[in-house]
Design a binder for this molecule. Structure first.
Ligand code: FRU
Length: 473
């Protein structure tokens, strides 16, 4: 099991069948819970259930039985989970704290918000018999509730995606909800419907200040097409979210094609999130079997003041527990035109890190190469952008939308880190402030990592490449 062609070895994927958004992310008593949108009988999106997996370290996952099944109110769409420590809901029946899931019931003609609870650490679930707790007010897209406990006002706050904006609700007990405010119809990107919001507080690096960050997935409308996550930095006073930036400011969390519906774990002291590593443009066609879709590597979140703007920073969780041995360790590589630097790869599960020191080149690239195929990452120093070219990256024929050259603006490159896992790269540039996540499906078995430079040289220092051990074994 878990050794099929195109099965990632250090990322979560379901044993079988369809998966999309992460749901109900919550930490409780040493376990990270990952629920997810799941069709248990097909590799194609269909009647949505909540699949369930748990992990003690965010790396090794154990799949558990399905947590929530569709019922007469509809399918179980995306949502969140909280630990109701003070039993505000009255759902607690045992010594364990009660875990409450807040999710969208997607009926044939409408969407509404409902509850389910578990008194045995997420193992078994009971749906609340008063569902729905928020009925549909006549808005077609009305979904993906993300709830947290707001300390200052001692109330639960829900962010809810309503077509082209986010609504905030409050509740004393998770059952009775009151509408507080709305944000966003005039802010940010609007190329598609808004989905999967999350409202979190983050510290600004090196400053004592904390800011509120509103995360919103949008589909379609991504800078490279399809699904993407945007975010807004500002203030939340318990009622209203106010954005610090101008209405036309757009901030993308991840410029790649394959990072969507990302939200954070609740009940953790520091924000960590995970995203669905796919794109609605071709998610139903990717050539994996017997499963379809993968989650990203979990990433810690921060904020950094960069070029005058507050920027979301993502740091992949520490992978050193699965380091299997390094091929290259703290080396310096000088790359000049016509003389590429090559590292032979025996495995496609690896972490690569490098600092970029001297840059007289107009661009330099990193290609993951087979004999006739490659995934290429170009750092265009003159054009000030990164391009990920997967047009010749192996199997691309399953969707005409897949083979693409995707770009991310980048003023300067100081360092980069790449997590490679067979069918994906996650590229973290400048200590995590510019990120791209991309899938690819290599068909050849021999792979080389090749660095080349154009019109001048590039010196990469502190270059390390660590192989990663499978988390399924
Ligand atoms: C996002 C999304 C959510 C919805 C779910 C349905 O990918 O469209 O808005 O709840 O997927 O599976």
């Amino acid at each position: 099991m878990y050794d099929e062609q195109f099965r990632p070895q250090v990322h979560f994927s379901p044993k079988e069948n369809w998966m999309n958004d992460p749901n109900g992310l919550v930490y409780y008593k040493g376990e990270y819970h990952l629920f997810y949108q799941h069709h248990p009988h097909s590799k194609i999106w269909g009647p949505m259930h909540w699949g369930h997996a748990v992990s003690k370290d965010l790396l090794h996952w154990e799949e558990l039985p399905i947590a929530l099944y569709p019922d007469e109110l509809g399918q179980i769409f995306s949502g969140s989970a909280v630990i109701d420590k003070h039993n505000t809901s009255g759902f607690k029946t045992r010594d364990e704290d009660v875990m409450v899931a807040i999710f969208t019931h997607h009926g044939e003609d409408n969407e509404k918000q409902s509850l389910a609870y578990s008194n045995d650490r997420g193992r078994t679930w009971t749906k609340y018999d008063g569902n729905p707790v928020i009925s549909n007010p006549g808005i077609k897209d009305f979904r993906d509730p993300k709830v947290f406990w707001h300390e200052e006002s001692e109330k639960w706050i829900m962010s809810l995606a309503c077509q082209d904006r986010i609504r905030f609700y409050e509740s004393p007990n998770l059952i009775e909800w009151e509408l507080l405010s709305e944000f966003g119809s005039e802010y940010g990107a609007h190329g598609g419907v808004w989905e999967c919001p999350d409202l979190i507080q983050l510290e600004v690096e090196g400053e004592s200040e904390k800011k509120w960050v509103l995360i919103v997935s949008i589909n379609p409308g991504g800078p490279n097409g399809g699904s993407v996550v945007q975010y807004f930095v500002g203030h939340f006073d318990g009622t209203t979210f106010t954005c610090d930036d101008t209405k036309d400011t757009v901030k993308w969390a991840d410029h790649g094609r394959d990072f969507y519906a990302a939200v954070t774990w609740s009940n953790l002291p520091e924000p960590v999130w995970i995203g669905w590593m796919s794109n609605w443009q071709y998610a139903n066609q990717v050539p994996t079997d017997p499963f379809r879709s993968v989650m990203s590597i979990p990433r810690k979140l921060g904020l950094r003041r960069e070029n005058g703007a507050l920027t979301l920073v993502q740091t992949p969780i520490d992978l050193s527990a699965i380091y299997k041995g390094s091929v290259v360790s703290n080396e310096e590589l000088t790359v000049v035109p016509g003389q590429p630097a090559r590292i032979e790869l025996s495995d496609l599960q690896a972490v690569l890190e490098a600092k970029v020191e001297k840059k007289t080149a107009s661009s330099f690239s990193m290609a993951l190469k087979g004999e006739n195929e490659q995934l290429q990452v170009v750092f265009d120093l003159v054009g000030q952008e990164v391009r990920v070219d997967r047009t010749h990256s192996g199997e691309v024929s399953f969707s005409e939308k897949f083979a693409s050259v995707d770009t991310m603006p980048l003023v300067e490159v100081k360092d980069f880190k790449v997590i490679l896992d067979g069918t994906s790269i996650e590229l973290f540039v400048n200590n995590g402030s510019s990120v791209m996540t991309e899938l690819f499906y290599p068909l050849e078995s021999i792979y080389v990592l090749e660095f080349s430079a154009a019109d001048g040289e590039v010196i990469l220092t502190d270059v390390s490449l660590q192989y990663l051990a499978s988390t399924w074994k």
